[in-house]
Design a protein around this ligand. Sequence first.
Ligand code: NAD
Ligand code: WQD
Length: 338
Amino acid sequence: MDILVTGGAGYIGSHTCLELLQAGYKVTVLDNLSNSSEESLRRVQELTGKTLTFVKGDIRDRALLDKLFADNDFNSVVHFAGLKAVGESCQMPLEYYDNNVYGTVNLCMAMRDAGVKRLVFSSSATVYGDPASLPITEDFPLSATNPYGRSKLIIEDILRDLFASDEEWSIALLRYFNPVGAHESGMIGEDPNDIPNNLMPYITQVAIGKLQQLSVFGGDYPTKDGTGVRDYIHVVDLSIGHVRAIERLQGHKGVHPWNLGVGNGYSVLEMVEAFRSETEQQVPYKIVDRRSGDIAACYANPEKARTELNWQAERTLDDMVRDAWRWQSNNPNGYGHN
Ligand code: NAD
Ligand code: WQD
């Protein structure tokens, strides 16, 4: 079965391509490489011993999309392509709406015209805003607190409108919690372009000596130790969730939100301690002011994905930190020159 994967060279996309190839799917990746390198896909092919097709291009290029759909017989589209940095989205909201919202509309138009109506979309727990209670279920109210989050919420709304207009569509809204870690081979992983915004790559870059110390954003939240609590999920578990979603969409029309999280919350200091004890690397840190826009705590109720997708996260926190460190220490400069 043929699958188009937009943004497949990126962090979550490359891990998902690996799982799709291993599950026997034929994979075509469309990626403009704005935040990734083709080297990730070379390694995915090396790891699986299988080949995929890579097309360098942009989801906003309608002519290219039409040609791709005409030349292939895609069964489904897994759509990762987009921009994802919250802070940057506040500086350049138009680029975020252009890439994420316009790009997705363009993709859906090409899909509609080609008669391909199965879509797995990368949404985010950010669409829950600051939840009134925990854990979060899929029926919680949705809101946005920054342009990045709003782009995800707008896309979800567009996809709900699309299904209302044509009930032939099958759409998965996969709401990821906090993806971390790397493939256990240490050959593919997260390769931030700049200084990382996210906690886990920041920790690994401090441990390897690229950054001096971790700033812990806020020590006075109403949480177990005063630092922020999140639902960290191993990227391989998350990727397997995409394979299950594709399977479920066959024969299940509709717009289906699924939380992809573990269902446990860990604090920033628990993450630092788990990293230290599993890798024996010190991570010097300092507690500083809260980061604007952050919430105290966020974790999923993943029950709907468990019952409907037959999926649950299996990897532990120790697996997450160990695999993140194996990737970082084997590839100190990511996919660049090592
Ligand atoms: P990533 O930046 O590693 O991957 C995104 C990929 O899309 C990159 O390879 C980039 O080059 C490509 N891309 C961007 N704009 C494009 C365009 N216009 N046309 C073609 N390709 C384009 O990010 P990721 O962490 O793998 O995230 C994948 C998706 O999951 C994104 O949509 C992101 O918003 C979403 N998401 C990520 C997280 C997270 O914490 N990593 C959490 C929730 C949701
Ligand atoms: C985790 C915790 C920080 C960095 C973001 C997006 C969200 C989603 C995932 C895409 C928080 C603390 C972090 C640091 C710290 N992305 N922290 N020092 O903020 O939960 O979610 O990424 O959809 O939309 O908002 O993830 O990894 O940035 O932060 O203390 O240097 O670590 O305050 O408590 P977050 P994160």
